[in-house]
Design a protein around this ligand. Structure first.
Ligand code: 16G
Ligand code: ZN
Length: 558
Protein backbone atom coordinates (compact mmCIF):
# COMPACT_ATOMS: atom_id res chain seq x y z
CA UNK A 1 0.00 0.00 0.00
CA UNK A 2 1.22 3.45 -0.98
CA UNK A 3 -0.19 4.85 2.19
CA UNK A 4 2.20 2.77 4.25
CA UNK A 5 5.37 2.87 2.17
CA UNK A 6 7.26 4.66 4.94
CA UNK A 7 5.78 2.80 7.88
CA UNK A 8 8.05 -0.22 8.20
CA UNK A 9 11.28 1.73 8.22
CA UNK A 10 9.89 4.24 10.69
CA UNK A 11 8.50 1.52 12.95
CA UNK A 12 11.87 -0.23 13.17
CA UNK A 13 13.13 2.80 15.04
CA UNK A 14 10.63 2.10 17.87
CA UNK A 15 10.72 -1.61 18.75
CA UNK A 16 8.27 -2.58 21.49
CA UNK A 17 9.82 -3.56 24.84
CA UNK A 18 9.58 -7.36 25.07
CA UNK A 19 6.97 -8.92 27.30
CA UNK A 20 4.90 -5.80 27.87
CA UNK A 21 1.14 -5.81 27.34
CA UNK A 22 -0.57 -2.47 26.81
CA UNK A 23 -4.23 -1.76 27.29
CA UNK A 24 -6.04 1.43 26.36
CA UNK A 25 -7.62 1.87 29.78
CA UNK A 26 -9.94 4.56 31.08
CA UNK A 27 -7.25 7.12 30.39
CA UNK A 28 -5.41 5.88 27.31
CA UNK A 29 -2.07 4.04 27.43
CA UNK A 30 -0.02 4.47 30.59
CA UNK A 31 3.47 3.21 31.45
CA UNK A 32 6.87 4.36 32.57
CA UNK A 33 7.80 7.23 30.28
CA UNK A 34 11.00 5.55 29.17
CA UNK A 35 9.13 2.49 27.89
CA UNK A 36 6.42 4.22 25.90
CA UNK A 37 8.23 5.09 22.65
CA UNK A 38 6.81 2.26 20.56
CA UNK A 39 3.30 2.66 21.98
CA UNK A 40 3.31 6.38 21.31
CA UNK A 41 4.68 5.90 17.81
CA UNK A 42 1.96 3.37 17.05
CA UNK A 43 -0.77 5.51 18.57
CA UNK A 44 0.48 8.23 16.23
CA UNK A 45 -0.11 5.87 13.31
CA UNK A 46 -3.59 5.12 14.61
CA UNK A 47 -4.45 8.79 15.02
CA UNK A 48 -3.31 9.43 11.44
CA UNK A 49 -5.62 6.68 10.19
CA UNK A 50 -8.47 8.01 12.28
CA UNK A 51 -7.92 11.42 10.74
CA UNK A 52 -8.03 9.98 7.21
CA UNK A 53 -11.15 8.01 8.07
CA UNK A 54 -13.07 10.92 9.63
CA UNK A 55 -11.55 13.58 7.33
CA UNK A 56 -11.15 15.68 10.47
CA UNK A 57 -8.43 16.80 12.85
CA UNK A 58 -7.58 14.33 15.62
CA UNK A 59 -5.75 15.16 18.86
CA UNK A 60 -3.01 13.32 20.74
CA UNK A 61 -1.95 14.36 24.20
CA UNK A 62 1.08 13.02 26.04
CA UNK A 63 0.27 12.97 29.76
CA UNK A 64 -0.09 10.72 32.77
CA UNK A 65 -2.30 13.19 34.60
CA UNK A 66 -1.99 12.88 38.40
CA UNK A 67 0.53 10.02 38.33
CA UNK A 68 4.24 10.13 39.13
CA UNK A 69 6.49 12.35 37.07
CA UNK A 70 8.30 9.33 35.59
CA UNK A 71 5.06 7.83 34.32
CA UNK A 72 3.66 8.98 31.06
CA UNK A 73 0.80 8.19 28.76
CA UNK A 74 -0.99 8.97 25.53
CA UNK A 75 -4.62 9.69 24.88
CA UNK A 76 -6.56 10.36 21.70
CA UNK A 77 -9.12 13.14 21.23
CA UNK A 78 -11.77 12.38 18.63
CA UNK A 79 -12.99 15.02 16.13
CA UNK A 80 -15.79 16.25 18.42
CA UNK A 81 -13.27 16.86 21.20
CA UNK A 82 -14.50 13.82 23.10
CA UNK A 83 -12.74 10.57 23.75
CA UNK A 84 -11.84 7.98 21.14
CA UNK A 85 -14.73 5.70 20.14
CA UNK A 86 -14.72 2.22 21.61
CA UNK A 87 -14.09 0.16 18.48
CA UNK A 88 -10.98 2.17 17.70
CA UNK A 89 -9.67 1.59 21.23
CA UNK A 90 -9.52 -2.03 20.19
CA UNK A 91 -7.45 -1.15 17.12
CA UNK A 92 -5.15 0.93 19.31
CA UNK A 93 -4.52 -2.06 21.55
CA UNK A 94 -3.92 -4.41 18.64
CA UNK A 95 -1.37 -2.02 17.22
CA UNK A 96 0.36 -1.32 20.54
CA UNK A 97 0.71 -5.02 21.22
CA UNK A 98 1.96 -6.15 17.78
CA UNK A 99 5.24 -7.91 18.57
CA UNK A 100 7.33 -6.48 15.71
CA UNK A 101 7.12 -4.23 12.66
CA UNK A 102 5.82 -7.04 10.41
CA UNK A 103 2.96 -7.78 12.73
CA UNK A 104 2.27 -4.08 13.13
CA UNK A 105 2.05 -3.64 9.38
CA UNK A 106 -0.42 -6.50 9.22
CA UNK A 107 -2.65 -4.97 11.88
CA UNK A 108 -2.51 -1.58 10.19
CA UNK A 109 -3.44 -3.06 6.81
CA UNK A 110 -6.29 -4.85 8.49
CA UNK A 111 -7.62 -1.66 10.05
CA UNK A 112 -7.36 0.14 6.72
CA UNK A 113 -9.36 -2.61 5.05
CA UNK A 114 -11.99 -2.87 7.77
CA UNK A 115 -12.51 0.88 7.86
CA UNK A 116 -12.20 1.28 4.10
CA UNK A 117 -9.68 4.08 4.47
CA UNK A 118 -8.66 5.73 1.23
CA UNK A 119 -5.13 7.01 0.78
CA UNK A 120 -3.91 10.13 -0.97
CA UNK A 121 -6.30 13.02 -0.67
CA UNK A 122 -7.98 14.22 1.42
CA UNK A 123 -5.03 14.67 3.68
CA UNK A 124 -5.23 14.30 7.44
CA UNK A 125 -4.01 16.30 10.38
CA UNK A 126 -3.21 15.46 13.99
CA UNK A 127 -2.68 18.01 16.78
CA UNK A 128 -0.05 17.10 19.36
CA UNK A 129 0.36 18.40 22.88
CA UNK A 130 2.00 17.36 26.13
CA UNK A 131 2.12 18.15 29.81
CA UNK A 132 5.29 19.22 31.68
CA UNK A 133 6.83 15.76 32.18
CA UNK A 134 10.53 15.38 31.28
CA UNK A 135 9.86 12.41 28.96
CA UNK A 136 7.35 14.53 27.01
CA UNK A 137 9.55 16.02 24.27
CA UNK A 138 10.97 12.63 23.17
CA UNK A 139 7.49 11.11 23.13
CA UNK A 140 6.14 14.02 21.06
CA UNK A 141 8.86 13.20 18.53
CA UNK A 142 7.84 9.52 18.52
CA UNK A 143 4.20 10.49 17.99
CA UNK A 144 5.11 12.84 15.16
CA UNK A 145 7.08 10.10 13.41
CA UNK A 146 4.14 7.72 13.77
CA UNK A 147 1.68 10.24 12.36
CA UNK A 148 3.88 11.18 9.44
CA UNK A 149 4.69 7.55 8.63
CA UNK A 150 1.21 7.52 7.13
CA UNK A 151 1.21 9.16 3.71
CA UNK A 152 -0.74 12.39 3.49
CA UNK A 153 -1.06 13.10 7.21
CA UNK A 154 0.75 15.90 9.01
CA UNK A 155 1.39 16.49 12.70
CA UNK A 156 0.98 19.93 14.22
CA UNK A 157 2.75 20.30 17.55
CA UNK A 158 0.81 22.63 19.86
CA UNK A 159 3.40 22.47 22.63
CA UNK A 160 2.55 22.33 26.32
CA UNK A 161 -1.20 22.33 26.99
CA UNK A 162 -3.66 21.00 29.53
CA UNK A 163 -5.51 17.90 28.34
CA UNK A 164 -8.83 19.77 28.10
CA UNK A 165 -7.24 22.57 26.08
CA UNK A 166 -6.15 20.11 23.43
CA UNK A 167 -9.63 18.56 23.32
CA UNK A 168 -11.15 22.03 23.02
CA UNK A 169 -8.82 23.03 20.19
CA UNK A 170 -9.58 19.87 18.22
CA UNK A 171 -13.32 20.41 18.56
CA UNK A 172 -13.23 24.09 17.65
CA UNK A 173 -11.02 23.49 14.62
CA UNK A 174 -13.33 20.78 13.33
CA UNK A 175 -16.29 23.12 13.69
CA UNK A 176 -14.46 25.62 11.49
CA UNK A 177 -14.06 27.95 14.44
CA UNK A 178 -10.79 29.45 15.59
CA UNK A 179 -9.09 26.63 17.43
CA UNK A 180 -6.14 28.49 18.91
CA UNK A 181 -5.07 28.52 22.54
CA UNK A 182 -5.64 32.27 22.63
CA UNK A 183 -9.22 31.71 21.48
CA UNK A 184 -9.68 29.13 24.22
CA UNK A 185 -8.69 31.68 26.86
CA UNK A 186 -10.86 34.30 25.19
CA UNK A 187 -13.89 32.05 25.12
CA UNK A 188 -13.61 31.11 28.79
CA UNK A 189 -12.88 34.63 29.99
CA UNK A 190 -15.69 36.14 27.88
CA UNK A 191 -18.17 33.64 29.28
CA UNK A 192 -16.97 34.40 32.81
CA UNK A 193 -17.36 38.15 32.34
CA UNK A 194 -20.76 37.75 30.74
CA UNK A 195 -21.97 35.62 33.63
CA UNK A 196 -20.77 38.23 36.09
CA UNK A 197 -22.57 40.93 34.11
CA UNK A 198 -25.74 38.84 34.16
CA UNK A 199 -25.49 38.42 37.92
CA UNK A 200 -26.77 40.58 40.74
CA UNK A 201 -25.68 44.21 40.61
CA UNK A 202 -23.31 45.08 43.45
CA UNK A 203 -21.60 41.80 42.93
CA UNK A 204 -20.18 40.18 46.03
CA UNK A 205 -16.39 40.04 45.99
CA UNK A 206 -14.85 37.10 47.84
CA UNK A 207 -11.30 36.89 49.13
CA UNK A 208 -8.37 35.75 47.00
CA UNK A 209 -8.59 32.18 45.74
CA UNK A 210 -5.49 30.11 46.53
CA UNK A 211 -4.60 27.60 43.82
CA UNK A 212 -2.49 24.44 44.21
CA UNK A 213 -1.29 23.80 40.64
CA UNK A 214 0.26 20.38 41.40
CA UNK A 215 3.61 21.58 39.97
CA UNK A 216 2.12 20.94 36.56
CA UNK A 217 0.86 22.51 33.37
CA UNK A 218 -2.07 24.11 35.19
CA UNK A 219 0.22 26.67 36.83
CA UNK A 220 1.07 28.67 33.73
CA UNK A 221 -2.36 28.23 32.17
CA UNK A 222 -4.28 29.38 35.23
CA UNK A 223 -1.93 32.33 35.52
CA UNK A 224 -2.62 33.25 31.90
CA UNK A 225 -6.36 32.95 32.39
CA UNK A 226 -6.23 34.94 35.62
CA UNK A 227 -4.44 37.80 33.90
CA UNK A 228 -7.46 38.23 31.66
CA UNK A 229 -9.88 38.38 34.57
CA UNK A 230 -9.84 41.43 36.80
CA UNK A 231 -12.68 40.13 38.93
CA UNK A 232 -10.80 37.00 39.94
CA UNK A 233 -7.92 37.35 42.40
CA UNK A 234 -5.76 34.27 42.59
CA UNK A 235 -2.59 33.28 44.35
CA UNK A 236 -0.99 30.31 42.62
CA UNK A 237 1.23 27.88 44.55
CA UNK A 238 3.06 24.70 43.55
CA UNK A 239 3.93 26.08 40.15
CA UNK A 240 6.76 23.65 39.39
CA UNK A 241 10.34 24.70 38.94
CA UNK A 242 13.44 23.36 40.59
CA UNK A 243 12.95 20.79 43.32
CA UNK A 244 9.16 20.90 43.05
CA UNK A 245 8.07 17.53 41.76
CA UNK A 246 4.95 17.10 39.66
CA UNK A 247 2.09 15.60 41.71
CA UNK A 248 4.35 14.84 44.68
CA UNK A 249 2.34 15.58 47.85
CA UNK A 250 0.39 18.15 45.83
CA UNK A 251 -2.55 18.27 43.46
CA UNK A 252 -6.21 17.29 43.30
CA UNK A 253 -5.68 13.53 43.36
CA UNK A 254 -3.45 13.70 46.43
CA UNK A 255 -5.74 16.08 48.30
CA UNK A 256 -8.90 14.14 47.49
CA UNK A 257 -7.58 10.64 48.18
CA UNK A 258 -5.41 11.37 51.22
CA UNK A 259 -7.67 14.10 52.62
CA UNK A 260 -4.61 16.06 53.73
CA UNK A 261 -3.50 19.44 52.52
CA UNK A 262 -0.79 19.84 49.87
CA UNK A 263 2.77 21.07 50.34
CA UNK A 264 3.13 24.82 50.81
CA UNK A 265 -0.22 25.13 52.50
CA UNK A 266 -0.45 25.76 56.21
CA UNK A 267 -3.44 25.09 58.42
CA UNK A 268 -3.01 28.12 60.63
CA UNK A 269 -1.78 30.81 58.24
CA UNK A 270 -4.25 29.64 55.57
CA UNK A 271 -7.13 29.17 57.98
CA UNK A 272 -10.58 29.80 56.44
CA UNK A 273 -9.14 30.72 53.03
CA UNK A 274 -10.75 29.36 49.88
CA UNK A 275 -8.34 26.91 48.20
CA UNK A 276 -8.52 24.77 45.07
CA UNK A 277 -6.27 21.96 43.81
CA UNK A 278 -6.02 20.89 40.19
CA UNK A 279 -4.24 17.75 38.96
CA UNK A 280 -1.15 17.32 36.77
CA UNK A 281 -2.92 17.90 33.45
CA UNK A 282 -5.61 20.23 34.83
CA UNK A 283 -8.70 18.21 34.03
CA UNK A 284 -9.69 17.77 37.69
CA UNK A 285 -10.37 20.15 40.55
CA UNK A 286 -11.31 19.92 44.21
CA UNK A 287 -11.78 22.79 46.66
CA UNK A 288 -10.76 22.79 50.34
CA UNK A 289 -10.22 25.00 53.37
CA UNK A 290 -8.84 24.75 56.86
CA UNK A 291 -11.25 25.20 59.73
CA UNK A 292 -12.23 23.76 63.10
CA UNK A 293 -12.77 20.04 62.85
CA UNK A 294 -16.22 18.64 63.49
CA UNK A 295 -15.11 16.50 66.41
CA UNK A 296 -12.64 18.65 68.36
CA UNK A 297 -11.25 22.17 68.21
CA UNK A 298 -8.15 21.39 66.17
CA UNK A 299 -7.83 22.76 62.65
CA UNK A 300 -8.81 20.25 60.00
CA UNK A 301 -8.90 20.25 56.25
CA UNK A 302 -12.40 20.35 54.82
CA UNK A 303 -12.64 18.86 51.36
CA UNK A 304 -15.21 19.98 48.79
CA UNK A 305 -14.87 17.22 46.24
CA UNK A 306 -16.34 16.60 42.79
CA UNK A 307 -19.65 15.66 44.38
CA UNK A 308 -19.98 18.95 46.18
CA UNK A 309 -18.93 20.86 43.08
CA UNK A 310 -21.61 19.03 41.14
CA UNK A 311 -24.21 19.80 43.82
CA UNK A 312 -23.36 23.50 43.51
CA UNK A 313 -23.55 23.43 39.71
CA UNK A 314 -26.79 21.45 39.69
CA UNK A 315 -28.60 23.82 42.01
CA UNK A 316 -27.49 26.80 39.91
CA UNK A 317 -28.66 25.24 36.65
CA UNK A 318 -31.92 24.20 38.23
CA UNK A 319 -32.48 27.78 39.43
CA UNK A 320 -32.09 29.06 35.88
CA UNK A 321 -34.57 26.53 34.51
CA UNK A 322 -37.07 27.40 37.21
CA UNK A 323 -36.72 31.07 36.36
CA UNK A 324 -37.39 30.33 32.70
CA UNK A 325 -40.38 28.24 33.61
CA UNK A 326 -41.79 30.88 35.93
CA UNK A 327 -41.30 33.45 33.25
CA UNK A 328 -43.77 31.64 31.03
CA UNK A 329 -46.49 31.79 33.70
CA UNK A 330 -46.88 28.15 33.03
CA UNK A 331 -49.39 26.70 35.46
CA UNK A 332 -48.87 23.02 35.84
CA UNK A 333 -48.37 20.63 38.67
CA UNK A 334 -44.85 21.94 38.86
CA UNK A 335 -44.24 20.50 42.32
CA UNK A 336 -45.18 17.00 41.31
CA UNK A 337 -42.58 16.68 38.55
CA UNK A 338 -39.44 18.19 39.93
CA UNK A 339 -36.75 16.66 37.74
CA UNK A 340 -38.14 17.87 34.45
CA UNK A 341 -38.78 21.49 33.78
CA UNK A 342 -41.33 22.31 31.10
CA UNK A 343 -40.81 25.30 28.89
CA UNK A 344 -43.62 25.99 26.45
CA UNK A 345 -42.23 26.16 22.96
CA UNK A 346 -39.50 23.69 23.77
CA UNK A 347 -41.17 21.10 25.91
CA UNK A 348 -39.63 19.23 28.74
CA UNK A 349 -36.03 20.11 29.45
CA UNK A 350 -34.38 16.94 30.62
CA UNK A 351 -31.88 17.69 33.35
CA UNK A 352 -29.90 14.79 34.77
CA UNK A 353 -26.84 14.26 36.91
CA UNK A 354 -24.39 11.38 36.61
CA UNK A 355 -22.17 9.94 39.34
CA UNK A 356 -20.21 6.78 40.09
CA UNK A 357 -20.31 4.46 43.07
CA UNK A 358 -17.60 6.63 44.67
CA UNK A 359 -20.03 9.52 45.05
CA UNK A 360 -20.57 10.22 48.72
CA UNK A 361 -23.98 8.94 49.81
CA UNK A 362 -24.82 12.34 51.26
CA UNK A 363 -24.31 13.98 47.86
CA UNK A 364 -26.60 11.53 46.10
CA UNK A 365 -29.17 12.14 48.78
CA UNK A 366 -28.88 15.91 48.34
CA UNK A 367 -29.28 15.69 44.56
CA UNK A 368 -32.27 13.38 44.76
CA UNK A 369 -34.10 14.60 47.84
CA UNK A 370 -33.21 18.25 48.07
CA UNK A 371 -32.98 19.13 44.38
CA UNK A 372 -35.30 16.41 43.11
CA UNK A 373 -32.94 15.41 40.32
CA UNK A 374 -32.56 12.15 38.49
CA UNK A 375 -29.22 10.57 39.44
CA UNK A 376 -27.64 7.99 37.13
CA UNK A 377 -24.73 5.75 38.16
CA UNK A 378 -22.11 4.57 35.69
CA UNK A 379 -18.80 2.71 35.93
CA UNK A 380 -15.71 4.72 36.86
CA UNK A 381 -13.98 6.55 34.01
CA UNK A 382 -14.93 9.77 32.33
CA UNK A 383 -15.97 8.17 29.07
CA UNK A 384 -18.78 6.30 30.83
CA UNK A 385 -20.12 9.32 32.69
CA UNK A 386 -19.85 11.47 29.60
CA UNK A 387 -21.80 9.05 27.43
CA UNK A 388 -24.57 8.86 30.03
CA UNK A 389 -24.77 12.63 30.43
CA UNK A 390 -25.40 12.96 26.70
CA UNK A 391 -28.84 11.44 27.23
CA UNK A 392 -30.09 14.73 28.72
CA UNK A 393 -30.66 18.23 27.39
CA UNK A 394 -28.44 19.30 30.26
CA UNK A 395 -26.30 16.54 31.71
CA UNK A 396 -24.01 17.27 34.62
CA UNK A 397 -21.44 14.68 35.60
CA UNK A 398 -18.66 14.52 38.15
CA UNK A 399 -16.50 11.89 39.68
CA UNK A 400 -15.78 12.39 43.37
CA UNK A 401 -12.14 12.89 42.34
CA UNK A 402 -13.07 16.18 40.67
CA UNK A 403 -13.35 15.25 37.00
CA UNK A 404 -16.55 16.47 35.42
CA UNK A 405 -18.40 19.00 33.32
CA UNK A 406 -21.77 20.44 32.35
CA UNK A 407 -22.91 19.16 28.97
CA UNK A 408 -25.68 20.77 26.96
CA UNK A 409 -27.19 19.35 23.81
CA UNK A 410 -26.39 21.51 20.85
CA UNK A 411 -30.06 21.50 19.80
CA UNK A 412 -31.04 22.79 23.24
CA UNK A 413 -28.46 25.59 23.15
CA UNK A 414 -29.62 26.45 19.61
CA UNK A 415 -33.17 26.70 20.90
CA UNK A 416 -32.05 28.99 23.71
CA UNK A 417 -30.19 31.23 21.28
CA UNK A 418 -33.06 31.43 18.81
CA UNK A 419 -36.14 31.51 21.03
CA UNK A 420 -34.87 32.47 24.45
CA UNK A 421 -35.62 36.15 23.89
CA UNK A 422 -39.33 35.37 23.40
CA UNK A 423 -39.77 34.54 27.08
CA UNK A 424 -42.04 37.23 28.57
CA UNK A 425 -40.11 38.15 31.71
CA UNK A 426 -36.69 39.73 32.13
CA UNK A 427 -35.75 37.07 34.69
CA UNK A 428 -36.52 34.32 32.22
CA UNK A 429 -34.57 35.94 29.42
CA UNK A 430 -31.64 36.55 31.74
CA UNK A 431 -31.67 32.92 32.81
CA UNK A 432 -31.51 31.93 29.13
CA UNK A 433 -28.49 34.16 28.58
CA UNK A 434 -26.79 32.64 31.59
CA UNK A 435 -27.33 29.10 30.33
CA UNK A 436 -25.90 30.03 26.93
CA UNK A 437 -22.85 31.51 28.66
CA UNK A 438 -22.46 28.35 30.76
CA UNK A 439 -22.44 26.31 27.55
CA UNK A 440 -19.55 28.47 26.34
CA UNK A 441 -17.67 28.21 29.61
CA UNK A 442 -17.59 24.43 29.61
CA UNK A 443 -15.54 22.14 27.48
CA UNK A 444 -18.01 19.83 25.85
CA UNK A 445 -15.44 17.11 25.24
CA UNK A 446 -14.03 16.43 28.71
CA UNK A 447 -13.84 17.93 32.17
CA UNK A 448 -11.70 21.05 32.51
CA UNK A 449 -10.39 22.35 35.83
CA UNK A 450 -10.21 25.90 34.48
CA UNK A 451 -13.89 25.93 33.48
CA UNK A 452 -14.75 24.33 36.80
CA UNK A 453 -12.93 27.00 38.81
CA UNK A 454 -14.62 29.80 36.89
CA UNK A 455 -18.08 28.27 37.37
CA UNK A 456 -17.59 27.76 41.11
CA UNK A 457 -16.32 31.31 41.48
CA UNK A 458 -19.32 32.69 39.60
CA UNK A 459 -21.87 30.80 41.66
CA UNK A 460 -20.26 31.81 44.96
CA UNK A 461 -20.48 35.45 43.82
CA UNK A 462 -24.14 35.06 42.82
CA UNK A 463 -25.01 33.40 46.11
CA UNK A 464 -22.75 35.62 48.21
CA UNK A 465 -21.40 32.48 49.78
CA UNK A 466 -18.15 31.76 51.53
CA UNK A 467 -16.59 28.35 50.95
CA UNK A 468 -17.86 27.39 54.42
CA UNK A 469 -21.44 28.20 53.44
CA UNK A 470 -21.08 26.18 50.27
CA UNK A 471 -19.61 23.31 52.28
CA UNK A 472 -22.61 23.27 54.59
CA UNK A 473 -25.21 22.42 51.92
CA UNK A 474 -24.78 18.84 53.12
CA UNK A 475 -22.36 16.94 55.34
CA UNK A 476 -20.33 14.15 53.77
CA UNK A 477 -20.66 10.72 55.26
CA UNK A 478 -17.25 9.62 56.57
CA UNK A 479 -15.52 7.42 54.00
CA UNK A 480 -12.32 5.49 53.48
CA UNK A 481 -10.51 4.18 50.39
CA UNK A 482 -7.93 1.39 50.41
CA UNK A 483 -5.92 -0.37 47.75
CA UNK A 484 -5.17 -4.08 47.88
CA UNK A 485 -2.06 -5.24 46.05
CA UNK A 486 -0.90 -8.73 45.30
CA UNK A 487 -4.21 -10.12 44.11
CA UNK A 488 -5.15 -10.84 40.51
CA UNK A 489 -7.52 -7.98 39.79
CA UNK A 490 -8.95 -9.71 36.72
CA UNK A 491 -10.64 -12.24 39.03
CA UNK A 492 -12.99 -9.54 40.25
CA UNK A 493 -15.74 -8.32 37.98
CA UNK A 494 -18.64 -6.18 39.11
CA UNK A 495 -22.16 -5.15 38.15
CA UNK A 496 -22.41 -2.22 35.73
CA UNK A 497 -22.65 0.37 38.49
CA UNK A 498 -19.65 -1.24 40.25
CA UNK A 499 -21.50 -1.50 43.53
CA UNK A 500 -21.47 -5.32 43.67
CA UNK A 501 -19.05 -8.13 42.86
CA UNK A 502 -20.37 -10.46 40.21
CA UNK A 503 -17.60 -12.98 39.59
CA UNK A 504 -17.29 -14.31 43.17
CA UNK A 505 -20.74 -14.49 44.82
CA UNK A 506 -19.29 -15.68 48.16
CA UNK A 507 -17.15 -12.55 48.31
CA UNK A 508 -20.19 -10.31 47.78
CA UNK A 509 -22.11 -12.25 50.44
CA UNK A 510 -19.26 -11.74 52.89
CA UNK A 511 -19.12 -8.00 52.08
CA UNK A 512 -22.86 -7.77 52.71
CA UNK A 513 -22.38 -9.37 56.12
CA UNK A 514 -19.68 -6.82 57.04
CA UNK A 515 -21.68 -3.84 55.77
CA UNK A 516 -24.74 -4.88 57.77
CA UNK A 517 -22.74 -4.42 60.99
CA UNK A 518 -22.40 -0.67 60.46
CA UNK A 519 -24.80 2.20 60.75
CA UNK A 520 -25.12 3.93 57.34
CA UNK A 521 -22.62 1.35 56.08
CA UNK A 522 -21.84 0.99 52.40
CA UNK A 523 -18.85 -0.67 50.78
CA UNK A 524 -17.76 -1.99 47.41
CA UNK A 525 -14.65 -3.36 45.75
CA UNK A 526 -13.58 -2.99 42.12
CA UNK A 527 -10.52 -3.74 40.04
CA UNK A 528 -8.56 -0.60 39.17
CA UNK A 529 -8.64 0.32 35.51
CA UNK A 530 -5.28 2.08 35.68
CA UNK A 531 -3.13 0.07 38.10
CA UNK A 532 -2.60 -3.56 38.92
CA UNK A 533 -4.58 -3.56 42.16
CA UNK A 534 -8.05 -3.78 43.68
CA UNK A 535 -9.74 -0.78 45.29
CA UNK A 536 -11.95 -0.80 48.37
CA UNK A 537 -14.42 1.96 49.26
CA UNK A 538 -16.35 2.18 52.51
CA UNK A 539 -18.75 4.67 54.05
CA UNK A 540 -20.23 4.67 57.55
CA UNK A 541 -21.65 6.96 60.22
CA UNK A 542 -18.26 7.72 61.81
CA UNK A 543 -14.75 7.98 60.39
CA UNK A 544 -13.57 5.24 62.69
CA UNK A 545 -16.21 2.81 61.51
CA UNK A 546 -15.61 3.70 57.85
CA UNK A 547 -11.96 2.74 58.34
CA UNK A 548 -12.78 -0.50 60.16
CA UNK A 549 -15.32 -1.43 57.51
CA UNK A 550 -12.83 -0.75 54.67
CA UNK A 551 -10.18 -2.81 56.41
CA UNK A 552 -12.56 -5.68 57.09
CA UNK A 553 -13.67 -5.74 53.44
CA UNK A 554 -10.03 -5.49 52.34
CA UNK A 555 -9.19 -8.61 54.36
CA UNK A 556 -11.94 -10.52 52.56
CA UNK A 557 -10.15 -10.03 49.24
CA UNK A 558 -6.74 -11.28 50.35
C1 16G B 1 -8.65 7.58 35.13
C2 16G B 1 -9.90 8.24 34.70
C3 16G B 1 -10.69 8.73 35.87
C4 16G B 1 -10.94 7.61 36.83
C5 16G B 1 -9.66 6.90 37.19
C6 16G B 1 -9.97 5.65 37.95
C7 16G B 1 -10.23 9.54 32.70
C8 16G B 1 -9.81 10.74 31.93
N1 16G B 1 -9.60 9.36 33.84
O1 16G B 1 -7.80 8.47 35.75
O2 16G B 1 -11.88 9.25 35.41
O3 16G B 1 -11.54 8.06 38.00
O4 16G B 1 -8.99 6.54 36.01
O5 16G B 1 -8.80 4.95 38.17
O6 16G B 1 -11.08 8.78 32.30
P1 16G B 1 -8.86 3.49 38.72
O7 16G B 1 -9.61 2.64 37.71
O8 16G B 1 -7.44 3.11 38.89
O9 16G B 1 -9.61 3.55 40.02
ZN1 ZN C 1 -5.99 14.49 34.91
Amino acid sequence: LDLLSRLREAADEFPPPPGEKYSYGTAGFRADGSRLGSTVFRTGVLAALRSLKTEKVIGLVITASHNHEHHNGIKIADPDGGMLTLDWEEYAEMMANAGNSDLLLKVVEDVIKREDIQGGSPSGKVFLARDTRSTGPALIEAARKGIEAVQGVVAENKGILTTPQLHWMVRATNKDEIGSELQYFQTLSNAFRLLLDLGPSNLFKPETLIVDASNGVGASKILELGQKLEALDMEIRNTGGKGNVLNYLVGADFVQKEKVFPLNFDASSDQDKRCVSVDGDADRLVYFYFGPSQTDKSLAMHLLDGDKIMALFSSFILDQLRMMEKSTNFVGESDSRPPNVVIPGYGTVKLGVVQTAYANGASTNYLQQKLGLEVALTPTGVKHLHARAEAYDIGIYFEANGHGTILMQESFVDWLREHGNTLPSVEGRTAVKRLVAVSELFNSGVGDALSGILMVEIILRYREWSIQQWDSIYTDLPSKQLTIKGVDRSLITTTADETRVKSIPQLQDAIDVEVAKYKAGRSFVRPSGTENLVRVYAEAATQESAVTLAEAVGRLIL
